[in-house]
Each structure stands twice: as structure tokens, then as C-alpha cells.
Design a protein around this ligand. Structure first.
Ligand SMILES: Nc1ncnc2c1ncn2[C@@H]1O[C@H](COP(=O)(O)OP(=O)(O)OP(=O)(O)O)[C@@H](O)[C@H]1O
Ligand SMILES: O=P(O)(O)OC[C@H]1O[C@](O)(CO)[C@@H](O)[C@@H]1O
Length: 334
């Protein structure tokens, strides 16, 4: 029998739509086991600042549809500092926290690993990030909503791009992975997608030549390039300007930015968050979940070592990469 009585939960790193549904699932499942749930506010900062609240079923009943996170999120400077993890562990011990559930991305999970050197309780991760850059789960909580948000924007940009027969460069988030850029670009029929999976550098002359040849073949028309955020350090506006000059077309830049993190989570994110939140607590009670992330693979909830979630760059779906390559080659050929 488990002696678990009190667990902590926090949301950390970039907020992701669906984090609230995950918190709800954790609290409702924990309450079935008679566990007390302490919600730390502002990510790991809530531990250092002893900024927390008791979370009861009534607090989470109607939060699944809300974007953001009721616990707030943040990056935390104190945790990676020398002595930071030790202090956080000491506070968790003082507060009688038997286990900590962290909803976040690979950085948050590195924080968990650091904490685990000093903390006696169990630590479980839930994948919450719009980037979908974690190994061990097919999708992260928040990715599906961010994809839909980026796609809605790209569709709207297509309307005005068509009307003015312009080239648009649309920058999407995703940190060091092109998962969001690839998915939104393909779903939005982007003519080009520039993301790290196709190479770390941007060949402006090559892209400009592609734009010119496409417009020679199809006449004046819209041309959308989806750009992953890390690909052009000088920024999307600078790249658009350069492309305008080199392709002799009018190229405008749109940076979607943080709007991709907001909004009510789509149904699939709420379901994923609910499934993983419940599963994490169940596995915790069964004693299987320490230093594991609760993820989903091929429709099944699974545990995956936290230490491996960000150990390498998550590989983008090979189909998506090959598909966009085919689209680009067809443009070049026709
Ligand atoms: N090596 C580390 N040691 C200790 N703590 C860490 C480490 N790396 C990250 N953290 C902690 O985790 C927090 C969140 O990490 P990060 O800002 O990378 O976001 P994330 O969890 O990767 O989410 P997202 O990528 O969606 O923004 C950091 O602010 C820091 O407090
Ligand atoms: O909100 P911040 O701190 O500017 O972080 C932005 C980063 O966070 C994310 O939105 C989530 O990891 C990334 O896509 C982006 O690079």
C-alpha cells in the first residue's frame, strides 16, 4: 500500500493550451485516491517562494476550456543555480510533498532531473508544450491547438496574399524543432517550409529563384513560405526584405509569435491532457512513475524516462518531410 498523502503539481516553461485540463485530471484523479493536491504557482518559482494553493475538485471543475494555466507558468532562474535544486527539495520535504507532477517541456524535465538528486519523493512529468519536441510521446499537450491557431492564421494570410498576388513569409514558433512549422505549412498548402530538419541554413538566393520560377509558371499569384522561428536570426522581416529584392516580388513578413500559445484548447488537446493527467496519478499510485513522463504512443498511455525526453532532437514525422519535398520538387519541375 502506498503511503502517499500529499502531491504537488506545477506548470512550467511556455504555457500550452490544455495545461488546465491536465491539472483538472490530476486533481480529480488524486481526489479519488484521497490525496491532497498542492498547486505551486509560476512554475518552479512557486516552490522557492512557497507560493502555492490547495487544489480541490471544486477548484478545477470547469477549467478544461481555458487557455493558459490557472497555476501560471514561468521560467525559473533559481532552480539551475548552484544549490537551487537542493533548496527546492528541502522546501518540498518541509511541505510534506510526497510526489511532484511537472507539466512542461524538456527544460522543465531537466529541472526535474536536477531536483531528483536531492528530493526523496517521486517526480512525474506530463508533456505540455506547443513545440512537440519531446521524445516518448507522439504529441505534446498544446501542440494540436497551436497547430490549429497557426493554420487559421495561414489560411487568412492566403486570402490577402491571393488578393494581392503577394509572397508572404509566416514565422511560427517551435523552438529548435520544425514540427509546428512543417505541420502548419503542409496543412496550409505552403509553397515552401523552412525548418531545421531541412538544414540549419537558409539559402536566400535559392528560395528567391524558386519564387521567381513558380510565378513564371503560374503567373502572378500568392506564395506562402512558412519559416521556423530559429532559422533566420536576423528575423523574418529582414528575410522578407532580402527575398523581395532577390525575387523581384513583394514579400511581406508575419510573425505569429505568442498568439500560438493562447486560446481555448482544441478537443484533442483536452482529451490528451485528461488521459495523461489521470494516467500519471494512477501510475504514481502504482509506484511505476518515478522519473518518468506520462506520454501517449499509438493511442496508448505510456511511461517514458524523463531523462530521455529531450536527450536528442525529436525527429519530425518522415512523411511530412518527404511530402513537402515532393511538393517543392513538383513546383520546380512544372
Ligand atoms: N539543466 C537544468 N537544471 C535545472 N533546471 C532547469 C534546467 N533546464 C531547465 N530548467 C528549469 O526548467 C524551467 C523551464 O525550462 P524551459 O524554459 O526550457 O521550458 P520548457 O519546459 O522546455 O518548456 P517550453 O520549451 O515549452 O518553453 C527553466 O526555467 C528552469 O527553471
Ligand atoms: O515566451 P518566451 O519566453 O518568449 O518563449 C518563447 C518560446 O517558448 C515556446 O513558445 C514554447 O517552448 C517556443 O515555441 C518559443 O521559442
Amino acid at each position: 500500500m502506498s503511503k502517499m498523502q500529499r502531491i504537488g503539481v506545477l506548470t512550467s516553461g511556455g504555457d500550452a493550451p490544455g495545461m488546465n485540463a491536465a491539472i483538472r485530471a490530476v486533481v480529480l484523479t488524486a481526489s479519488q485516491y484521497g490525496l491532497e493536491v498542492i498547486g505551486f504557482r509560476h512554475g518552479f518559482n512557486g516552490i522557492f517562494q512557497r507560493d502555492f494553493q490547495l487544489l480541490q475538485s471544486t477548484d478545477v471543475r470547469q477549467i478544461s476550456h481555458l487557455g493558459g494555466t490557472i497555476l501560471k507558468s514561468a521560467r525559473c532562474k533559481a532552480l539551475p543555480q548552484p544549490g537551487g535544486a537542493e533548496l527546492a527539495a528541502q522546501i518540498l520535504h518541509e511541505l510534506g510533498i510526497d510526489a511532484l507532477l511537472v507539466i512542461g517541456g524538456d527544460g522543465s524535465f531537466r529541472g526535474c532531473m536536477a531536483l531528483s538528486h536531492y528530493y526523496q519523493g517521486q517526480i512525474v512529468g506530463l508533456p505540455g508544450t506547443i513545440d512537440n519536441d519531446l521524445d516518448g510521446t507522439d504529441l505534446t499537450i498544446g501542440f494540436a491547438t497551436a497547430l490549429q491557431t497557426a493554420l487559421d492564421a495561414i489560411d487568412k494570410i492566403r486570402d490577402t496574399a491571393d488578393a494581392f498576388e503577394r509572397t508572404f513569409l509566416v514565422e511560427v514558433m517551435g523552438r529548435h524543432t520544425g514540427y509546428l512549422a512543417l505541420s502548419a505549412g503542409i496543412a496550409g498548402s505552403a509553397e515552401q517550409i523552412i525548418c531545421p530538419e531541412y538544414g540549419e541554413t537558409v539559402d536566400v538566393a535559392d528560395i528567391a529563384a524558386d519564387i521567381r520560377s513558380y510565378q513564371q509558371q503560374h503567373g502572378a499569384c500568392s506564395y506562402i513560405i512558412v519559416l521556423a522561428e530559429t532559422m533566420y536570426p536576423a528575423g523574418a522581416a529582414a528575410l522578407a526584405q532580402e527575398l523581395s529584392v532577390q525575387s523581384d516580388t513583394e514579400c511581406r513578413a508575419v510573425v505569429l509569435g505568442h498568439l500560438q500559445r493562447g486560446g481555448s484548447p482544441v478537443g484533442s488537446d483536452r482529451i490528451l491532457a485528461t488521459k495523461l493527467g489521470a494516467y500519471a496519478v494512477e501510475q504514481l499510485m502504482a509506484g511505476h512513475a518515478h522519473l518518468m513522463m506520462a506520454g501517449e504512443q499509438a493511442g496508448q498511455a505510456v511511461l517514458f524516462p524523463l531523462s530521455l525526453t529531450g536527450a536528442q532532437h525529436k525527429k519530425a514525422d518522415p512523411f511530412l518531410l518527404a511530402w513537402q519535398d515532393r511538393v517543392l520538387q513538383q513546383h520546380k519541375a512544372t
